[in-house]
Design a protein. Sequence first.
Length: 118
Amino acid sequence: VQLQAYGGGSAQAGGSLRLSCTASGLTFSAYAMGWFRQAPGKQREFVGVVSWSRASTDYADSVKGRFTISRDNAKNTVYQQMNSLKPDDTAVYFCAAQAKGVGFFEYWGQGTQVTVSS
């Protein structure tokens, strides 16, 4: 199983970036897909998740209303649209996959850096 995250980069505060994560080696439609991030000197934290069926999403309070997660099961890809970026959003962002009925994310991507300047 491989998860390949990309689309990170630099943005000004108030700007936007779109992250993508493409999965291979698994039945993509059977997995919930999540995004996490880790800022320098901090623990990895949950950002958001989209269910395997695309029926539901959930977000950390810190990104609600600014980030949107979606998925295209035909392309084995999950997206995270990040708007109104803040310097506090600066982190390495990771995508992860959680199988139905499993209580944890078992597969992780390598991370992509997002840097937001004020």
